[in-house]
Design a protein around this ligand. Structure first.
Ligand code: HPA
Length: 279
């Protein structure tokens, strides 16, 4: 009788599969490209592309604008492993399925994760088109990828989430934004399961908790990354004001349109950070 593989075995098998495709490339940075932000992957040179669906045990992306593949190659002088699109809980993925590619990156020896998304602004002083560094998060998805017994085989599960968003990488991002004249806010990100947008009452409640931005991704990835010791930077593009802020009622089309308009600044911000990372 065949025994089902453990999470640890699945992660190892997926990492070995990807490594076999990389032709000796050794990624120093993992990047998750969120809604509308996938075109950055086109700037990666000498690239190898691996569709998520070809990687053992990995789910595929079903969300609009999420291509659903790894792109590994050179960006701003470094070898990066980008996810052009991500996996969300709202697509029906379990927390561990969402976290899986992050654990695989760590298994490949990738020390740094830059995770990005489009988000709604709860903080009324933010403007659509601003970027926002995550200083911290409120995981309001009701889920945690490290729950259960198997993640404990990957790494100890009672780890600290203080300074989950690396102070030194945030400092680097601030310096790059100043140099490149890219508007960059910094605040607390609140993550939800989705896929429906929030009600105005929810947004008012989240504001009273100290949240500045809101979206439907990132928290589970960041928990997984910190679980296995990766250094994390989180950047949102403010694609809309959150529901009820200045009378806003967000929709998916608006999110993608703003991302398309902000593509150039996004590329400069990410490339500047990647270039400035210590080798
Ligand atoms: N709410 C939730 N998710 C989002 C939003 C929002 O306003 N904008 C982009 N993703």
């Amino acid at each position: 009788m065949q025994v089902a593989p453990t999470l640890k075995q699945k992660v190892a098998e997926a990492a070995a599969f990807i490594e076999g495709r990389l032709g000796g490339r050794r990624p120093a940075v993992g990047i998750v490209l969120g809604s509308g932000l996938g075109p950055l992957a086109e700037a990666i040179e000498d690239a190898v592309c691996i569709p998520f669906g070809e990687v053992p045990f990995m789910k595929t992306s079903t969300a609009t604008s999420h291509v659903g593949r790894f792109v590994c190659g050179r960006l701003a002088g470094k070898c990066v492993l980008a996810m052009q699109g991500r996996l969300h809980g709202y697509e029906g993925n379990t927390p561990q399925e969402v976290a899986f590619p992050i654990w695989v990156m760590a298994q490949l020896g990738v020390p740094v994760l830059i995770t990005t998304n489009a988000a709604g602004a709860i903080n009324a002083s933010y403007r659509v088109g601003d970027f926002c560094l995550m200083s911290d998060h409120i995981n309001f998805t009701g889920r945690n990828p490290v729950a259960g017994t198997e993640p404990d085989e990957l790494a100890f599960r009672f780890f600290s989430m203080a300074d989950a968003y690396s102070p030194r990488l945030r400092q680097l991002a601030r310096e790059v934004a100043r140099r490149e004249a890219v508007p960059l806010q910094e605040g607390v990100y609140l993550g939800l399961l989705g896929p429906s947008f929030e009600t105005p009452a929810e947004i008012r409640a989240f504001r009273s908790w100290g949240a500045d931005t809101v979206a439907m991704s990132v928290c589970e990835e960041v928990i997984a990354a910190r679980h296995v010791g990766m250094e994390v930077l989180g950047i949102s593009l403010v694609s809309n004001m959150a529901c009820g802020i200045e009378g806003a009622s967000p929709n998916d089309t608006e999110v993608l349109q703003v991302a398309a308009q902000r593509e150039e600044d996004f590329r400069r911000l990410i490339c500047g950070v990647v270039e400035g990372l210590p080798s």
